[in-house]
Design a protein around this ligand. Sequence first.
Ligand SMILES: Cc1cc2nc3c(=O)[nH]c(=O)nc-3n(C[C@H](O)[C@H](O)[C@H](O)COP(=O)(O)OP(=O)(O)OC[C@H]3O[C@@H](n4cnc5c(N)ncnc54)[C@H](O)[C@@H]3O)c2cc1C
Length: 322
Amino acid sequence: MTLSYDIPKVNFSRLADPVSEIIYLPDTSSRLQSQVSLADFTSFRVGGLAEWYGEPNSLEELRSILAWAGVSGLPIHFLGAGSNLLVSDRGISGLVISTRHLKTTNFDPETGRVQAGAGVSLPKLAWQAAKRGWRGLEWAVGIPGTVGGAVVMNAGAHKSCTADILFDTQIVTLGGDLAILTPDQLGYSYRTSLLQKQPKLVTQATFQLEPGYSKTEVMTTTAEHRAQRQATQPYHLPSCGSVFRNPSAYSAAWLIEQTGLKGYRIGDAEVAQRHANFILNCGRAKAGDIWRLIHHIQEQVESKWRVKLVPEVKILGDFSQL
Ligand SMILES: Cc1cc2nc3c(=O)[nH]c(=O)nc-3n(C[C@H](O)[C@H](O)[C@H](O)COP(=O)(O)OP(=O)(O)OC[C@H]3O[C@@H](n4cnc5c(N)ncnc54)[C@H](O)[C@@H]3O)c2cc1C
């Protein structure tokens, strides 16, 4: 596809002196904005500016944004609810595409499948299913991400995960091509999928649920899962949930706790007392504080247990010289 409109040249060094500008792409109502703070869009509430930021309302808008980025040669990053992202204080070069407006849902009682847009909130979808008496999403109620993020991360809890219920997913390649992928094409394992290595935008997902159960029963299980999480995990301060993947033999939380790191703090970033695999932003933490705390935990745990903890949180942007 040939695009003839002008591409504004933005120097990444301008992040130090943010002056936001907005451009409108032709033939759609797509709007792109420069120098947008990502701290507002991540659950850690930290991070610098996106060089360019767009929130498509439709597939058509998404494709026009991707075409614009392709012509301008900008790197592309995808953003769901930002509940598993640590964004550098120096921001991100290139274009961040948020799925927050891709929010359609359709429950099909014939097949027991629900089709949901990438930007649909996972907890909201879990409640919608429970209120219909459909089983299958009760485990997801405490995961504050989107449907797209869940498909990419293979989000899971309470011994269930996204791969267990995914029927198929619609993706768009960076070149704008659409495809439907089934779980066997996604290389799923613990909190991993091929989509983490081969960036494609998940635009929607279809989950196979089990209709016909008592609404009260499914809602009770869903509420129990939520209560259990709120009792054992710190939801009162900004975090990204579990920072590290669980190594096979021990849980990351146990290793961190046994290393005596609960309550350890760098700046306003603290290892949570209630759950040692959580890092909390206790006020004005910078992404750099969190990044340095992640490395401190890795070093301490490795020197005591000879286990190298691997972050589950996705780290975006430049953290060098910290
Ligand atoms: C309090 C708390 C509790 C949590 N508990 C759990 C838990 O129990 N289990 C669990 O698995 N996780 C948990 N998490 C982590 C997080 O919620 C999940 O990883 C979630 O799936 C991330 O979804 P998201 O929409 O926020 O993705 P983001 O954080 O926005 O993005 C995560 C990654 O997915 C990519 N991505 C996002 N959307 C798309 C898309 N549509 N297409 C392509 N790529 C995309 C991003 O580029 C990034 O690489 C928790 C987080 C918090 C803050």
